[in-house]
Write a protein that binds this ligand. Structure first.
Ligand code: DGY
Length: 322
């Protein structure tokens, strides 16, 4: 029986997988585990089931001499120092696949909300401004038949492309390894610049790494059409948020929608929150009941496998097994 720390409340079904053979300690509060509590907890733990709000770095690993496995409840793992885990022979699990459709659903919700000014419209009605029907009221842009540029045609990018087909969108992509999948989706490859210049909607689906930090800055925003919309359901630091604010304020692009910000949470005084052409939601891409349960179960299975000395179902640092 190993001691496992779980840094947030997850589904009972997931917890039961862990409890079957292990002693499980859960941080019950609805906020990230304070760093000191986390360091104290991992000192005695062999397994850690963590969230993207937990920093898994050298300092944490140094205070966790018994730690044998880390399992993250997310597909992204930019909060985890992978090299440091690998150096200690600690496999790091993550949860790809089970959340792709939910994140693609939210991406499409944001595409539609920004293009057709849904949030602005709801605010307009609530504030009593709706006097009469008007032919020029809250005009947006068509989604049907438009051009979608997907940056990162991985699992989530492909799920977005499948939805786009139903809207008769022309699909272009930059980045992504599976050209068979791209062909099956009728997605055409583009250079980054061509994609930015041609697309009506640009949607980001790449992981955050040093190479992708500020992938979209002032220069890239300049290349986009004045009628274009930028969507980010991946990681906040992919976009230079100050440059985005300027571009939206100057109406260099039509709108943006962010499920992720830099930092998270975004400070309530940030001027970008005041813009009508920017929709920001609180990192809820995978936040459906069914998906979060599936993520919990997969994260639990990853951890149990590693503690049993077996390979995880999905390991972020596959090289740990070499
Ligand atoms: C992830 O899985 O990386 C998302 O950002 C949270 O669902």
């Amino acid at each position: 029986m190993s001691v496992i720390t779980v840094t947030r409340q997850i589904s009972e079904r997931a917890l039961n997988i862990l409890r079957k053979d292990h002693e499980v300690h859960i941080w019950e509060e609805d906020r990230p585990m304070p760093r000191m509590n986390l360091l104290r907890a991992v000192a005695e733990s062999e397994g850690l089931l963590c969230m993207l709000t937990d920093k898994i770095d050298e300092a944490l690993l140094d205070s966790a001499p018994k730690l044998r496995a880390v399992s993250q409840l997310a597909v992204g793992f930019d909060n985890v120092d992978l090299a440091a885990c690998t150096a200690r022979k600690i496999p790091v699990g993550h949860t790809p696949g089970v959340l792709s459709e939910a994140v693609a659903d939210l991406t499409f919700a944001l595409i539609l909300a920004t293009a057709r000014r849904v949030i602005e419209g709801a605010r307009y009605v609530r504030s009593g401004l709706w006097g009469t029907w008007s032919p020029g009221l809250l005009l947006g842009h068509d989604v049907y038949g438009s051009k979608l540029g997907i940056i990162g045609l991985g699992r989530i990018g492909q799920a977005v492309a499948r939805r786009a087909a139903g809207f008769n969108m022309k699909i272009m992509y930059h980045g992504g390894r599976d050209s068979d999948a791209a062909r099956a989706l009728n997605a055409e490859p583009r250079s980054m610049e061509a994609l930015l210049r041609e697309s009506d909607f640009v949607s980001l689906h790449v992981p955050l790494t040093p190479a992708t930090q500020h992938l979209i800055g002032a220069r890239e925003l300049e290349m986009m059409k004045a009628t274009a919309v930028l969507i980010n359901t991946a990681r906040g630091p992919l976009i230079d948020q100050k440059a985005l604010y300027e571009a939206l304020k100057e109406q260099k692009i039509f709108a943006a929608a962010l499920d992720v910000t830099d930092p998270e949470p975004i400070h309530v005084d940030e001027p970008i929150l005041q813009l009508d052409n920017c929709v920001i939601v609180p990192h809820i891409g995978s936040a459906s009941v069914r998906t979060r349960e599936a993520m919990g179960i997969l994260a639990a299975k990853n951890l149990v496998a590693a503690l049993n000395g077996e390979p995880m179902l999905h390991t972020a640092n596959q090289e740990v097994y070499l």
